[in-house]
Design a binder for this molecule. Structure first.
Ligand code: ARG
Length: 120
């Protein structure tokens, strides 16, 4: 925001999240933020030489918090939906999730075609 930072004062990087989504972000039993996004945010802050501060909020309020400059970035396991992409900039994806069908452990079914004639 253009404010001058004195050399002994570390700049703060404010992260918004909704810590109800393990293993990406949650609270441990000591009430500390933990999870993949928390680790990633610490890496980013360290790389930039910033001090990381984390604000926990409602997931639905995260984009608004970013748009109104209450946070600098959001890491919240948030998927880049088309609607969201119209309002904020997403980084390259750092996680892909895939839903899969499963079969019994020792079955010889390795593709959908294999299921034919083997249904219960
Ligand atoms: N990936 C889903 C989405 O973007 C769920 C994310 C939920 N994240 C959270 N911190 N509660 O809508």
């Amino acid at each position: 925001d253009g404010e001058e930072i004195s050399s002994d004062e570390q700049q703060v990087l404010e992260m918004g999240t909704s810590a109800d989504f393990p293993p990406f972000e949650s609270f441990n039993e000591d009430g500390e933020f933990v999870g993949f996004d928390i680790d990633l945010a610490h890496e980013i802050a360290e790389e930039l030489g910033y001090e990381l501060e984390i604000s926990d909020m409602n997931f639905d309020g995260l984009i608004g918090a970013l748009q109104s400059n209450r946070v600098d970035m959001v890491l919240a396991g948030m998927s880049a939906t088309e609607e969201r992409q119209e309002n904020v900039d997403f980084s390259p994806a750092y996680h892909h999730s895939g839903e899969m069908f499963i079969t019994q452990e020792d079955s010889d079914i390795t593709s959908i075609e294999d299921i034919e004639g083997k249904t219960v």
